[in-house]
Design a protein around this ligand. Sequence first.
Ligand code: IPE
Ligand code: IPE
Ligand code: MG
Length: 256
Amino acid sequence: MRPFGIRRKRRDSATTDNQHQIIQHVPDHIAIIMDGNGRWAKARGLPRIAGHHSGMLAMREVVRACDDLGVKYLTLYSFSTENWKRPRQEIEYLWRLVDEFFALDIEELVERNVRITILGDTTELPAPTQATVNRALQLTASNTGLRLQFALNYGSRREIVEAVQAISEMTVLGNIKPEEINEKTFSDALATKGIPDPDLLIRTSGDQRISNFLLWQIAYTELYFVEEMWPEFKRRHLEDAIRAYNARERRYGGLK
Ligand code: IPE
Ligand code: IPE
Ligand code: MG
């Protein structure tokens, strides 16, 4: 059973949007701070959790769109280490949504050859949610298509501190000398080991901040902020973001 419609698949790096404008180059790695669910709901007189549910539907569409466009890595900020400060009921609903998303979508994701991975510590999640997540990881472990990373109970500062701990351990054991530690050593000690840095980071909801997401990895990422709340973010907004990305000139400190 596939609950969702026919998809088109364009694995080349050029594609077109509804207005038949060319998107010249699809970024390899897109990272998204999916923000504004609560404000979207509040503006409609709905409870915050209704915003999260609509946000999950928006996420599903964006995953499909990225896969259709041939994005190689999609990293979605789903729950931060700071989000534990929220009311217990809201947090519990978010875990229920994780369960719902994987229950409904895992079949399609498997069929799309999507590989799911996690950034963050899932051992702090409720046991049923951990089981759901682990099942999704197992079912997609050998897939070779879109790499879909959920940042779930993720915080970049925590990730960096853990990397420092791991490298310190290596020096204590004599496996590496302090003067041998370089940027690659450090990158390889992060949860994102082996994943190229994001090319494009999108944040919805009008807030222009990073909120402890991928601090090391976004050193030269193109940042794109949109006013739309996450539940309003559609395929065409993603295509707008990719077009804006194409209009940027990435210099990495060098000259044109
Ligand atoms: C983002 O939407 C989803 C999560 C952080 C889980 P918010 O819940 O932060 O929505 P706003 O920012 O309060 O509108
Ligand atoms: C960032 O949004 C985290 C996620 C989208 C999961 P927040 O809503 O938690 O960020 P702040 O608190 O506005 O910085
Ligand atoms: Mg928010």
